[in-house]
Write a protein that binds this ligand. Structure first.
Ligand code: SF4
Length: 465
């Protein structure tokens, strides 16, 4: 049985030894990171302990070049779908916590879930992250699996459908993960929240989530249950950000060592105020924008092939800045209260997990990122063709995934422009597609890409390679 593999004292020691690093050492590590081979904990600690602005700029420039080399100008888009906010836990940073007696508690019925999915499909979403609180009866695994089936079965006009559902639910046993896998999920996502044991204990005073190790080892059990795409994350603001970055890295390395593949994604939520949640209203270790940008860049250098996810907790300005530093997936047009996509209520915060920093619609986000040169992608091809887990990494590392991802991003973006975009977004998007084909698609592939784009123009949907 896998044991606790996070050693707080060891992380503290690594950080201590890396203090005040000489410039040459920092530059040596940056040069290594640019070769895309990733970094080890001691090297990451040196970058984290770098406070010199000139060197931090060099770290960020390197992260930008790594991001461009692996992910190009793509940004994968998804929407979170909260189906229930009942919870047996008491996490001090979350609006759903059990002791928040003022929260409107909701567990959506299958009909309500269908209605939510219809709204998201009509906006153009193809990828969801489905979530709920941890409640033994009102958010059971059976309920959750039925919700997944309902969402996949919900179709709307113009070929509106959900093609991939990633899930974020409380830790399961390997046998339960096997059942979950049968519902055809994409990535299983679970955040440790904080890797620091004492902080974890303070933040989780009661409920099943009190158990640090049960949560830490969930990804290993998911792999045992056959789910080979897993996503880890830390909630920045609970403890020292440098410690959390190393915690994430140790988690990634342990998965690679024990399961043969590291995490598919790392999420980097930063604490935002939440209704009646003391630790969210006054974060114990607030992370400044400066440090947040630095940590994004360092994670990009440390694990270049692991996707990095940014939510709508962040405001549009910060989002734009960190896209350049290594973010590869973003949520857009999000609501964090169950039923929130159908309702437009000023009371929504009374049922929400946390407040949003970016409240723009999907189309507004797409217009914005398009005009900044990013290709929005709704691609789901890899997981539908079985390019997951180690198979995905084996393709990604020699750069082969670029070939698929870049073109599939263009196809799904074209679909969006044809079916859902406002006229101004469509105009900006068409220009960007043409420019990308001209400048980024290899000569040998241009004809076939243009052919497929024409087929989409003529009405064909769900085109991918
Ligand atoms: S963070 Fe998750 S487990 Fe904790 S109270 Fe919120 S919903 Fe429940």
């Amino acid at each position: 049985m896998i044991k606790d593999f996070i050693d707080d004292a060891k992380i503290g020691d690594i950080l201590e030894k890396a203090k005040n690093p000489p410039k040459e050492k920092v530059r040596e590590i940056i040069a290594k990171a640019k070769t895309l081979e990733g970094l080890m904990p001691g090297e990451v600690a040196v970058l984290l302990q770098t406070e010199d602005d000139e060197l931090i700029t060099e770290i960020q420039q390197a992260a930008h070049s790594v991001k461009e080399a692996i992910y190009g100008n793509r940004l994968v888009l998804f929407a979170p779908l909260y189906i229930a906010n009942l919870c047996a836990n008491n996490c001090l940073y979350c609006g759903f916590r059990r002791d928040n007696k003022d929260l409107n508690r909701v567990a959506l019925t299958m009909e309500q879930i269908e209605s939510e999915v219809r709204v998201l499909e009509r906006e153009g979403h193809k990828r969801l992250l489905m979530l709920c609180g941890e409640h033994p009866t009102r958010s059971s695994l059976e309920y959750f699996m039925e919700a997944i089936e309902t969402a996949y079965a919900t179709k709307t006009e113009k070929g509106g459908e959900i093609r991939r559902i990633n899930v974020e639910i409380a830790p399961l046993q390997a046998e339960e993960f096997k059942l979950l896998k049968k519902t055809n999920i994409g990535t299983y996502v679970l955040f440790q929240e904080t890797y620091h044991h004492a902080t974890y204990k303070t933040m989780h005073p009661s409920g099943p989530k009190k158990d640090y190790v049960r949560r830490l080892t969930a990804m290993h059990r998911a792999q045992e249950g056959g789910i080979n795409d897993v996503g880890i994350g830390a909630l920045f603001g609970l403890y020292d950000y440098k410690f959390e970055v190393l915690g994430l890295l140790f988690h990634a390395l342990q998965l690679e060592q024990d399961c043969g593949v590291g995490p598919h994604t790392i999420s980097i939520p930063r604490l935002e105020p939440a209704f009646n949640a003391p630790a969210a209203i006054k974060p114990p270790h607030p992370v400044s924008d400066h440090d947040f940008k630095k940590l994004v860049a360092i994670i990009r250098l440390a694990v270049p092939y692991t996707g990095m996810i940014l939510s709508t907790r962040e405001n549009p300005e910060i989002r734009s800045e960190v896209f350049e530093l290594g973010i590869s997936q973003i949520s857009a047009g999000s609501r964090t209260n169950p039923g929130g996509y159908q309702e437009d209520s000023s009371d929504a915060f009374r049922a929400a997990q946390f407040n949003l920093g970016d409240t723009r619609t999907l189309d507004e986000v797409i217009f914005d990122i398009t005009t900044k040169g990013h290709i929005p992608s709704f691609c789901t091809a890899c997981y539908r063709l079985g390019r997951t887990g180690k198979d995905f990494m084996d393709l990604a590392k020699p750069g082969l995934i670029q070939k698929f991802c870049q073109t599939n991003a263009l196809f799904t973006f074209k679909e969006y422009l044809m079916d859902y975009a406002t006229p101004s977004t469509r105009e900006a998007g068409e220009k960007l597609i043409q420019q990308t084909v001209r400048e980024k698609i290899k000569t040998g592939m241009k004809k076939s890409v243009l052919n497929k784009l024409q087929k989409i123009e003529d009405g064909k949907r769900d085109v991918y390679i």
